[in-house]
Structures are given as structure tokens and as C-alpha cells.
Design a protein around this ligand. Structure first.
Ligand code: MLC
Ligand code: AMP
Length: 506
């Protein structure tokens, strides 16, 4: 019996005393510790009645134990469902109701509130805190480590990651064992990651970037990582002399450049800096190169597809591009209106096919069908072109989406919440250039005559409804929204009108 993804992870695990994780607090976990701990956790989850195919929803702080829980889910064949720690109870209610997990793991302080939600959907609740303690750890301590891994075929689900949608309703992207394994192996080769590498891991572990790209690649390379609770430039710079690799969103690089400690000497031991999840400005790429001598390697991915393209390791890493399709991945550009493939150099919809592309949206067959072409390409929603040298450029978005500090925010979801407020006639949420986050979520609101809402009242009302990063950085009131002759709000005009709103923000 084989377990497609975990067998590969096990086979790559170095024997002996080789490190897998080091934390800022001085905790060190070897690969052999990871096999033992994930085995105990898998036994505990199994004893709770979780069977292959059952979902395990996890909203916990970043810790080595949280990664053990991910591995444990793979091992018992459960479908791992990580949730952003910023999600509010209202948001959690939706995810638990939609995914119907057998088990929900949350921080101890959330237990009582989540229990009320979970009971309605028949889920069990266990806890895990930032120090790796909690009821789940207590259960695992009682278990043996020699768990027999569940059989999982390449096409079986390994994870569901929720991604918001243009209608405001989040969709669960179903990722299979082979989606994750094929991408991890491909990236390991493309970026030349080996057991000698030490990764600075400062990303959250509930999204593709920190969970799959950073963690799975480290695992299949038998490499090690410094697992940091969050992005802290002082800490990162102090680790660089002992590290070789960093993965980050563009905001990481913008903030590192603001730090006087970033220099050629500090990065002397570093082999590679990788950026993704949002566009890296050419000016950031150029400044980083001038300061450190390193050309940041930019790559392009999505929750639904893992990584699609990457700038080369050896060849020219071109600023403003996301490089070439990864081996086995096909990228084409099509006319967004007709779907007809376009010639090199022309701008259109980026479409993707390959072993990396997800299986579909959880319990949304129609939505899934609508986002694939008849010949099986995933319609990314990103607009781009492929230049004469084969480099892919992302030039815009066909979907109404804001990316702030690497997090996606679908305006519709925020507009829906604002429109519910007493005194609001309508709203338009846009992304406006922001020096730190790339784009700042901005709400433009039309009030009813005589309504007395102000910016603070709108923001206060959103506190318990939307995760912090989705909440607008500014709310602007206007008499009416600009519309075209079809009645559609012209967000491009609003973006232009407010383009300098965050000019001096940091
Ligand atoms: C935090 N805040 C944000 C924010 N992150 N607001 C907007 N956008 C964000 N990304 C809020 C905080 O709650 C806080 O609110 C205020 O903004 C300032 O916070 P901060 O201390 O400056 O933020 P910090 O904790 O340092 O976080 C910033 C960050 C973080 C950029 C380090 O957001 C981050 O780690 N982003 C990475 C996201 C990621 O992993 N994306 C990958 C998705 S996968 P206040 O007002 O309460 O103080 C994907 C596919 C692919 O896209 O290709 O990889
Ligand atoms: P998510 O749904 O959170 O996985 O975000 C995926 C989206 O992030 C993509 O569809 C792109 O719009 C964007 N993205 C990821 N990497 C890059 C990049 N290197 N440059 C520009 N946009 C990117």
C-alpha cells in the first residue's frame, strides 16, 4: 500500500540527526523526530474517527507542531484544510459549513466559540497553541509512533484551500497528492534545492506559498528551515549568515530594503532569494540587486495550480517577468472573449495545463466547469503575454481582485458587507497602489441622503465580519459611482482618481 505524497517525503528524509526545523526559540526537530511526532498525531487523529477522505480544518498559529499536523493528515489520508488565523468566527462558520470537516483544530482560546459552530455541523474540536500544546498534543503523547500510513493514490485529495471568488463566496480548491508532489519535485530541481539548503521560512503556513512551496520543497529536498512565527526583518537579517534560501512576498523585499542592515556582507551566505504571490516591482528587483548583488528570482503561482512558471536559476532573471513554464506545465495565452489561442507577444488570458492543476472546486461542479476550457486548460483570470524569448509577463487581471501583502481580497466580499450597513446605498472596493502592501484595499461608498456614517463607523462595523487584511485601509465617501453605458461601475476611473492616496504611507 502506498501513500503517494508521504512516501516521497519519507524517502527524502535524511536519517540520523539531520535537522528539519529550527525555531527562533531554539527548538530543533530532526527529520526522525518529525516522522515520530507525525506518526503519533496520525494515530491520535485516527483514534478520533477521522477516515481517509475526511476533512480536517485547522486554524492555528504557526509552529513546528502545526506542520506535524499537516504531515499527520497526509499520513492518515485526511484532507488538510488550513484556515487563515485572521478569519473571524463569521468566516469560520462558512468554511466549516461548506467543507463539513470531521475534526476542527483551533487555538485553545477559540475553543468555546468554535465548538458552538462545529456542533451544528457534527465536527469534533481539538486544540493546538503556538507552543505546540493543546488537547490534540495531549492525545498524541499517549499514542505509538509507528502508524501505518493510509493508502493514497496520486489522484486522491491531500488538501482543500479556500480561495475567495468574484461572487464573494469562497471556493475550496481541491488539491491532490500528485498536484503537490509533482510541483514540489519540479521546484526542487528548478531551484536546485538540496539537503545542504537552509530556508528562512517567515510566511504563514495556511496558504500555498508557505505550506506547499516552502514546506514541501524543503521536505522533498531533505533540507532544513528556520521556522519563524512572522516576518521580522531584524530576525531575518540575523539568520542570513546561517541560511541559504529565502522565499517571500514582495512586501518582504520592500521592507528588507528599508533596513540599514541589508548589505552584501549580510547576504554573503545566501544562495537564492525567491519572490511570488504578487507582482514584484522592477524598482524593488533593481534596488535589491544593487544592494546585495542578488537577482531575486520571481515565480508565478495560484492556489488552484501551485507554481506555474519561474525565472531560471542559471539564465537571466528578468525583472517584471515571471519566467518560463515549469517542466510539464503548459502555459498559453488566449483571447479572453473567444478563448482562441493568441500568437507570441499578444496580451490575453493566461491558461494553464499540467499535473499541478487542481481537481476542481469542492462541491461546485458548475463553477469548476466554467473555469476550464473544453480542452482542459484552467482559465487563470490573470492577463499576460509571452515574449519572443519565452518569458511570461503578467500584465493585469481579468478578475476583480486586490492583492495586499500577498493576500487576495475579492472586492465583492467586502462590498457585500459594506452594502449591508444602514445608510449605505452602494460601494465599490478597489486596490490602490500602496508602497508597503503593493495594493491597499480602499472602499468608495455612496451614502443615502441624511445618513451619518463616517469612516470609523464603517470600519468598526466590519471588524467582526471580515479578516483584518480584508478591511479597507481607507473609506472614501462620494456622491455617486462612475458607470459606463451598460451601468457597470468603472473601477479603473476610481483607481485613477485615488492613485496617490497612499503615496506617503509606509
Ligand atoms: C497584515 N495586515 C495587512 C496585511 N498583513 N493588511 C493588508 N494586507 C496584508 N497583507 C494588517 C495587520 O493586521 C495590521 O493591522 C496592519 O495591517 C499592519 O500590520 P503589519 O504588522 O505591518 O503586518 P505584518 O504582520 O508585518 O504582515 C505583513 C506581511 C503579511 C506582508 C508580512 O501580510 C504576510 O506574511 N503576507 C504573506 C501572505 C502570503 O503568504 N501569501 C501567499 C498566498 S499563496 P492593524 O491595523 O490591526 O495594526 C499565493 C499563491 C502564490 O498567492 O503564488 O504564492
Ligand atoms: P492566490 O489565489 O492567493 O493563490 O493568488 C494567486 C494570484 O496571485 C494569481 O492569480 C496572480 O494574480 C497573483 N500572483 C502570484 N504570483 C504572482 C507574480 N509573481 N506576479 C504577479 N502576480 C502574481
Amino acid at each position: 500500500m502506498s501513500n503517494h505524497l508521504f512516501d516521497a517525503i519519507r524517502a527524502s528524509a535524511p536519517s540520523g540527526d539531520a535537522t528539519f526545523i529550527e525555531t527562533a526559540g531554539g527548538q530543533r526537530l530532526t527529520y526522525q523526530d518529525a516522522l515520530r511526532l507525525s506518526g503519533q498525531l496520525a494515530s491520535a487523529i485516527d483514534a478520533l474517527g477521522v477516515r481517509p477522505g475526511d476533512r480536517v480544518a485547522v486554524q492555528v498559529e504557526k509552529s513546528p507542531q502545526a506542520l506535524m499536523l499537516y504531515l499527520a493528515c497526509l499520513r492518515c489520508g485526511a484532507v488538510y484544510l488550513p484556515l487563515n488565523t485572521a478569519y473571524t468566527l463569521a468566516e469560520l462558520d462558512y468554511f466549516i459549513g461548506d467543507a463539513e470537516p470531521k475534526l476542527v483544530v483551533v487555538s485553545p482560546k477559540m475553543r468555546a466559540d468554535v465548538q458552538t459552530i462545529a456542533e451544528r455541523y457534527g465536527a469534533i474540536v481539538e486544540t493546538l497553541d503556538a507552543n505546540g500544546e493543546g488537547s490534540l498534543t495531549d492525545l498524541a503523547r499517549e499514542e505509538e509512533a509507528d502508524f501505518i500510513d493510509a493508502a493514497r493514490a496520486p489522484d486522491d485529495l491531500a488538501a482543500i484551500l479556500y480561495t475567495s471568488g468574484t461572487t464573494g463566496r469562497s471556493k475550496g480548491a481541491m488539491l491532490t497528492h500528485d498536484n503537490l508532489l509533482s510541483n514540489a519535485l519540479s521546484l526542487r530541481e528548478y531551484w536546485r534545492v538540496t539537503s545542504a539548503d537552509r530556508l528562512i521560512h517567515a510566511l504563514p503556513i495556511f496558504h500555498t506559498h508557505g505550506l506547499f512551496v516552502a514546506t514541501n520543497v524543503t521536505l522533498v529536498a531533505g533540507a532544513s528551515m528556520f521556522l519563524l512565527p512572522k516576518f521580522d526583518p531584524d530576525e531575518i537579517l540575523s539568520l542570513m549568515p546561517r541560511a541559504t534560501l529565502m522565499m517571500g512576498v514582495p512586501t518582504f523585499y520592500v521592507r528588507l530594503l528599508q533596513h540599514p542592515g541589508l548589505s552584501r556582507e549580510t547576504v554573503a551566505n545566501m544562495r537564492l532569494f525567491i519572490s511570488g504571490s504578487a507582482p514584484l516591482l522592477t524598482e524593488t528587483h533593481v534596488s535589491f540587486r544593487q544592494r546585495t548583488g542578488h537577482a531575486i528570482l520571481e515565480r508565478y503561482g495560484m492556489t488552484e495550480t501551485n507554481m506555474n512558471t519561474s525565472n531560471p536559476y542559471d539564465g537571466e532573471r528578468r525583472a517584471g517577468t515571471v519566467g518560463f513554464p515549469l517542466p510539464g506545465v503548459t502555459v498559453r495565452i488566449a483571447d479572453p472573449a473567444t478563448g482562441t489561442p493568441l500568437a507570441a507577444g499578444e496580451t490575453g488570458m493566461i491558461e494553464i495545463k499540467g499535473p499541478n492543476v487542481f481537481k476542481g472546486y469542492w462541491r461546485m461542479p458548475e463553477k469548476t466547469a466554467a473555469e476550464f476550457t473544453q480542452d482542459g486548460y484552467f482559465i487563470s483570470g490573470d492577463l499576460g503575454k509571452i515574449d519572443a524569448d519565452g518569458y511570461v509577463h503578467i500584465v493585469g487581471r481579468g478578475k476583480d481582485l486586490v492583492i495586499s501583502g500577498g493576500y487576495n481580497i475579492y472586492p465583492k466580499e467586502v462590498e457585500n458587507e459594506i452594502d449591508l450597513l444602514e445608510g449605505v446605498v452602494e460601494s465599490a472596493v478597489i486596490g490602490v497602489a500602496h508602497p508597503d502592501f503593493g495594493e491597499g484595499v480602499t472602499a468608495v461608498v455612496v451614502l443615502a441622503r441624511g445618513a451619518s456614517l463616517d469612516e470609523k463607523a464603517v470600519l468598526d462595523a466590519l471588524q467582526s465580519r471580515l479578516a483584518r487584511y480584508k478591511q479597507p485601509k481607507r473609506v472614501i465617501f462620494t456622491e455617486e459611482l462612475p458607470r459606463n453605458t451598460m451601468g457597470k461601475v468603472q473601477k479603473n476611473l476610481l483607481r485613477d482618481q485615488f492613485k496617490d492616496l497612499y503615496k506617503n504611507a509606509s
